[in-house]
Write a protein that binds this ligand. Structure first.
Ligand code: GAR
Length: 211
C-alpha cells in the first residue's frame, strides 16, 4: 500500500503539460483562484510552440515554456530537460492536460505516481488518440472521462476518478467531445484536490480514496 502524498499540503505545486487549447488548464486555474483547490500552477509546458495554452498561461502571469522535442537528440534527453525544468520549479505533481505525447521511463521514473492524465473516454475502452471518435464509431451508449496515474503504458495507469456521459444516436465526435469536456473540467480539479489532501492510496493497480 502506497500513500501518494502522505501529508496534506496547503498548496500543491503543479506543472501542467499540454499540447493544445488548454481548457483543462483554465479549469484548474479557475478553481485555484476561487480557493476551491489547494494548489498552485508553477509552470505550463508545451511541446507545441503555437499551443493556445501557452498564451493563456502567460496572460495569467504563469510561467509558460515551449520545450521543442525536436531540439534534443532523443526522447531521453528531451525528458531529462522536462525533469530539470520541473525540479527547478519545485513541482510536486505533474498534470497532463491534453498533452499528446507518450512519456517514457526517464520522466516517469523521476515522478513515479506523481503524474496524472485526463483521458476523454472510460478507460480501458478507447485509449490513445481520438477517443471520442472511437466511441461514436463503436456505437457505445455511454462514454466519459478518466483521470489516472501515468505508468509506462498508453493510458493504462491506475484509475483515480471516472465520470460517465450518455452517447446519443445523433452524436458526432464534436458533440460528444463537448459533453465529455464539461465533465473533464470538474473531474481533473477534483483529482488534484484528493492528492493535495493526501487522500489517495495505491494498492496494486487499485486506487483507494480515503475519507
Ligand atoms: C481533452 O479532451 C483531453 O481529455 C484530451 O485532449 C483534450 C485537451 O483539451 N486528451 C487526450 O486525448 C489525451 N490522450 P484542452 O487542451 O482544452 O484541455
Amino acid at each position: 500500500m502506497l500513500r501518494i502524498m502522505p501529508q496534506p499540503v496547503s498548496r500543491l505545486k503543479l506543472a501542467v503539460l499540454a499540447s493544445g487549447r488548454g481548457s483543462n488548464f483554465e479549469a484548474l486555474q479557475r478553481e485555484i483562484e476561487e480557493n476551491a483547490l489547494p494548489a498552485v500552477i508553477q509552470v505550463v509546458i508545451s511541446d507545441r510552440e503555437q499551443a493556445p495554452v501557452l498564451e493563456k498561461a502567460r496572460r495569467l502571469g504563469i510561467p509558460a515554456l515551449y520545450i521543442n522535442p525536436g531540439q534534443f537528440a532523443d526522447r531521453q534527453q528531451y525528458e531529462q530537460e522536462l525533469v530539470r525544468v520541473c525540479e527547478a520549479y519545485e513541482v510536486e505533481l505533474v498534470v497532463l492536460a491534453g498533452y499528446m505525447r507518450i512519456l517514457g521511463e526517464t520522466f516517469i521514473r523521476s515522478y513515479l505516481w506523481r503524474i496524472i492524465n485526463i483521458h476523454p473516454a472510460l478507460l480501458p475502452s478507447f485509449p490513445g488518440l481520438n477517443a471520442q471518435r472511437q466511441a461514436v464509431e463503436y456505437g457505445v451508449r455511454f462514454s466519459g472521462c478518466t483521470v489516472h496515474f501515468v505508468d509506462q503504458g498508453v493510458d493504462t495507469g491506475p484509475i483515480i476518478l471516472q465520470a460517465v456521459v450518455p452517447v446519443y444516436p445523433d452524436d458526432d465526435e464534436e458533440s460528444l467531445s463537448q459533453r465529455i469536456l464539461k465533465e473533464e473540467h470538474r473531474l481533473l480539479p477534483q483529482a488534484v484536490r484528493l492528492i493535495a489532501e493526501g487522500r489517495l492510496e495505491l494498492n496494486g493497480r487499485k486506487v483507494n480514496i480515503l475519507p
